[in-house]
Design a protein around this ligand. Structure first.
Ligand code: NAD
Ligand code: 6OD
Length: 490
């Protein structure tokens, strides 16, 4: 299929050059189904070339670069993103259909902030040193320093494309690695603009390589199975994480996995009611429910249950499903028709499993081009059994199930009755209970009276089906480098 005028072309970036492929695929808009970009699909040879370029960069000047130089480079990358803020904004919105206001507040600023924070963390990072007593009384000095992992494969999803890609690229480059990056096939655009920034601010050829394509039998698999890729960092579905784990096993690569969730919110009767309703509504519906941290299970203390469901319903019904650039738009479409089919299958399943549909549950009808897009109504269910698949499985759409609880112990048990373990939010005015319940959550991140409030120095990641390892701050540096010890006999 030939690109048409005004349709962007998304090429690979290998060894400092944009390169094309014979095979291309269309990226369609979730807003109206139109083609927004033609994307080149990397074959095995192009992934090989990207890995070779990374290896050559590590053998060259990049392999001898200083912390000071890398930190300065990361700040220049952040400057480059900020200079082209509007280009990044337009590209992210075109690929995802998310409201411009959301991408302006969240996605693009975080794309730049990820580079700044890891530049600063790198400069401040301490390393071990230990003095060892020896029999001759003179001792030995041990000190550890960081070596880069090598060529790191970075595979990222479509929901917060620039934010989640740079969350991994920034610490990887900070530690002196070379990277081969594969963004989601649904969101190729901001990664391509990032490659332009890398070129323009003087990132040496081979340090940042970008290949486009799909997962199985495509660029994703070619990266994970590549014998000369030294580590894989992946964000996406738990099932994909499992497939990648199998793929990397023969070459024994370290992995960092940020996977799915089925995150609970616990609302106690003493919570600031309006604050809790607003916070839970945001945590269910932000980005059309397509944030790994989104709440899909809401547990509400029985005395306020009916009032809470009524208030949450009002919030859902007040959401404005509009074009991304329209003032007042508060919810966009799902990422694709394919993903909408999945979410709709859960809507049908919920009915079959006995849910009461409090609001939503359908595809909206607009009578305009949006009817060709991937829109869906914000939806609330009640009345499901805790064993229902809709309460157990991640939907990744604008939907939650709300259930009552009677005691704190019961709320904790309900929240933790899941194979996932990513995030939880606790809403209460009792600060002791806030700490107690947050610490009892079987997940990697717990918020009290807030949601998705992020300090990038803190550990981020999940337990069980939600992932392996932690990124953020020093945790990222620990994944993207090999601490190496030197022992000097004095
Ligand atoms: P996905 O797993 O379908 O795809 C993610 C990436 O993996 C894409 O680039 C895809 O092309 C690639 N991929 C797919 N199969 C592959 C394979 N076999 N080998 C190599 N690469 C492969 O996920 P998605 O649909 O893009 O994203 C949504 C999912 O991501 C949700 O489950 C969500 O919870 C999760 N997520 C988790 C976090 C987190 O930090 N824990 C953050 C965002 C999204
Ligand atoms: O804020 C972050 O650093 C982060 N990793 C967010 C993940 C969101 C998931 O969709």
């Amino acid at each position: 299929m030939k690109p048409v005028a005004a349709v962007a072309e998304r090429m690979h970036f290998i060894d400092g050059q944009f390169v094309d492929s014979v095979r291309q695929f269309p990226k369609t808009s979730p807003v109206d189904g139109g083609i927004v970009a033609m994307v080149h699909e990397a074959g095995r040879a192009q992934v090989d070339a990207a890995v070779r370029a990374g290896r050559a960069a590590l053998r060259g000047a990049w392999g001898r670069s200083t912390v000071t130089a890398r930190a300065a480079l990361l700040h220049r990358i952040a400057d480059g993103i900020e200079r082209r803020f509007d280009d990044f904004l337009a590209a992210e919105v075109a690929d995802t259909g998310k409201p411009v206001a959301l991408a302006r507040r969240l996605d693009i600023p975080r794309g730049a902030a990820n580079f700044r924070i890891f530049a600063d963390i790198l400069r401040a990072a301490p390393m071990d040193s230990h003095f060892l007593d020896t029999a001759d009384g003179r001792g030995a000095l041990n000190y550890a320093y960081r070596k880069p992992l090598g060529v790191v494969g970075i595979i990222s999803p479509w929901n917060l494309p620039l934010l989640l890609l740079t969350w991994k690229v920034a610490p990887a480059l900070a530690c002196g690695n070379a990277v081969v990056v594969k963004p989601s096939e649904e969101t190729p655009s901001t990664a391509t603009l990032l490659a332009e920034v890398m070129r323009d601010v003087g990132v040496p050829p081979g340090v940042f390589n970008l290949v486009h394509g799909f997962g199985p039998d495509s660029a994703g698999e070619f990266i994970t199975t590549h014998p000369d890729v030294d580590g894989i960092t992946f964000t996406g579905e738990s099932a994909t994480g499992s497939a990648i784990m199998k793929a990397v096993a023969p070459t024994v690569k370290p992995v960092s996995f940020e996977l799915g969730g089925k995150n609970p919110a616990l609302v106690f009767a003493d919570a600031d009611f309006d604050g809790a309703v607003a916070g839970v509504a945001q945590s269910v519906f932000e980005n059309c429910g397509q944030v790994c941290l989104c709440t899909e299970r809401v547990y509400v203390e029985r005395p306020i249950f009916d009032r809470f469901v009524t208030a949450l319903k009002a919030k859902a019904e007040a959401l404005q499903l509009g074009l991304p650039q329209e003032v007042g738009t508060t919810m966009g479409p799902l990422i694709s028709r394919g993903h909408r089919d999945k979410v709709l299958s859960y809507f049908a399943l919920a009915r079959a499993e006995g849910a009461t549909v409090v609001t939503g549950g359908r595809v909206p009808s607009f009578g305009d081009a949006r009817d060709q897009g991937a829109w869906i109504e914000p939806t609330i269910w009640t009345g499901l059994s805790e064993q229902a698949r809709c309460v157990k499985e991640e939907v990744f759409g604008p939907v939650c199930h709300v259930a009552p609880f009677d005691t704190e112990d019961e709320a904790i048990a309900l929240a933790n009755d899941t194979r996932y373990g990513l995030a939880a939010a606790v809403w209460t005015r009792d600060i002791s209970r806030g700490h107690r319940v947050a610490q009892a959550m079987g997940c990697g991140l717990a918020w009290v009276n807030c949601w998705f409030l992020r300090d990038l120095r803190t550990p981020f990641g999940g337990a069980r089906l939600s992932g392996i390892g932690r990124e953020g701050g020093m945790h990222s540096l620990n994944f993207y480098s090999e601490p190496t010890n030197v022992c000097v006999k004095l």
